[in-house]
Unconditional design. Structure first.
Length: 429
């Protein structure tokens, strides 16, 4: 799909109303099959693919016809945050969204939060339209204030490193938890901060690059000045494991995010050392994650790094060591896929029904029953290969370009007809 010139700008007034109009007119599209998927953590995996979890907009959910290069990073992130909130809402409703009800629900969810600065709060109070109020809130959510020198290591424009927590909290709100947004946000960010500081302090010190990342997380947490100072002091002295256990919030999705952020933090400029690995695993244990869950979170994180590269991955954008994690991660994934290549190819070839359906799908649409059969048979093949199990999950396509380079014969020849065109389209997005 090539980029199309559309009169739309997420940084201008009335952009949310314009978004709804484009959605209703079919310019933007909602994938019903995706909405009705039953996977529990679909939003998490979609947010990996779009980049929201890492505070960068690699792609959008509904509006990929847009040329995102015409928007600045803050505008891209505002739009992606809005789309992910809408996606979460539709997923919970399991019916077409009433846009007025959705807007009012979001405003109720953010009740008590009117912006992060005086000008934003004045604009919020003086705006009469609900969609304009929401625009002001979203613009405020993606940016942060920071008095920490060098804090922009994490992101080029000091974007909120915890932006995905809005999605976690909104999902909980839709499930009936109407705790005040700011109260719960501060508790969740504090939990993540404790986990990150715990893994960062090794041999009595925190490396300078890791310290800069931690400072940006503290700024993103929007804590009171006294609590900010408390966490800055903790960077120097660390957090005992028993205290960590008391401060962590037990939430499955929050646990995954905390573990992934910890992995990114440690891998910012060097290979993770054995003693760092031990602390990371201890954090996972304190979060009640199984070894399988830890492996899955780590490999999702590595897949995103490998697919992004040093120029796109915002977490490493300011680092002089930017290419380190990308190169190391790519090597690891090539080894993982290579080890499983022969076994996977054999299983695929022996599954005659699966191959027949894949070939059929190149000529005509599969029925819902056939799509489910493909999914089930592919699952049966991959479920015994943990390192490749990401293909089972939405967002698993992150790895597809890597696999096609290493194992081109894995994809039936009919799938390759439009390979150049598809690659071109992805580059444009």
């Amino acid at each position: 799909m090539s980029s199309t010139k559309i009169d739309f700008s997420p940084g201008s007034k009335n952009w949310i109303a314009k978004f709804f109009e484009l959605l209703e007119n079919g310019v933007f599209g909602i994938d019903d099959d995706l909405i009705h998927q039953q996977e529990r953590n679909l939003t998490h995996f979609i947010s990996h693919q779009t980049g929201l979890i890492y505070g960068t907009a690699k792609s959008f959910i509904f509006s990929n016809k847009l040329d995102k290069r015409s928007f600045n990073p803050d505008e891209q992130l505002q739009l992606l945050l809005f789309e992910t909130l809408l996606f979460t809402y539709i997923r919970k409703q399991q019916k077409p969204a009433n846009f007025k009800e959705f807007t009012n629900t979001l405003l109720s969810f953010y009740k008590g939060y009117e912006g992060s600065n005086l000008i934003g709060r004045i604009k919020y109070k003086t705006s009469s339209k609900a969609t304009n109020k929401l625009e002001i809130l979203l613009a405020s959510r993606v940016g942060i204030k920071s008095s920490f020198l060098g804090a922009n290591y994490w992101l080029k424009h000091l974007s909120n490193a915890f932006i995905f927590l809005d999605i976690i909290l909104f999902r909980a709100y839709l499930e009936g938890d109407h705790t005040a947004f700011l109260d719960k946000y501060k508790r969740y960010t504090s939990s993540v901060l404790s986990g990150l500081i715990y893994v960062a302090l090794v041999d009595g010190k925190v490396e300078e690059k890791e310290r800069k990342i931690l400072k940006h997380f503290i700024a993103s947490a929007a804590l009171a000045p006294s609590l900010q100072r408390n966490y800055m002091e903790r960077i120097k002295i660390g957090i005992p494991f028993k205290l960590l256990q008391q401060e962590l919030i037990q939430d499955e999705l929050l646990a995954q995010i905390t573990f992934e952020f910890g992995h990114l933090l440690l891998q910012s400029s060097h290979a993770i050392a054995p003693e760092e690995r031990q602390k990371l695993e201890a954090l996972g244990s304190a979060l009640h994650m199984s070894p399988t869950q830890m492996l899955l979170s780590e490999e999702m994180c590595l897949a995103f790094i490998a697919q992004s590269g040093p120029k796109e991955l915002a977490v490493y954008k300011q680092s002089t060591e930017a290419s380190f994690a990308f190169k190391e991660t790519s090597k690891r994934w090539l080894r993982i896929i290579g080890r499983n290549r022969d076994r996977l190819l054999t299983e695929m070839r022996e599954s005659k029904d699966l191959m027949a359906l894949l070939q059929k799908s190149t000529k005509e649409d599969l029925s819902p029953e056939e799509k489910e059969q493909v999914k089930d048979q592919f699952y049966d093949i991959l479920k015994s290969m943990p390192s490749l199990a990401l293909f089972l999950l939405p967002g698993g396509s992150l790895l597809l370009p890597i696999v096609m380079k290493l194992v081109p014969e894995l994809i039936p020849s009919a799938f390759k007809v439009n390979e150049v065109e598809k690659k071109h389209s992805e580059d444009e997005l």
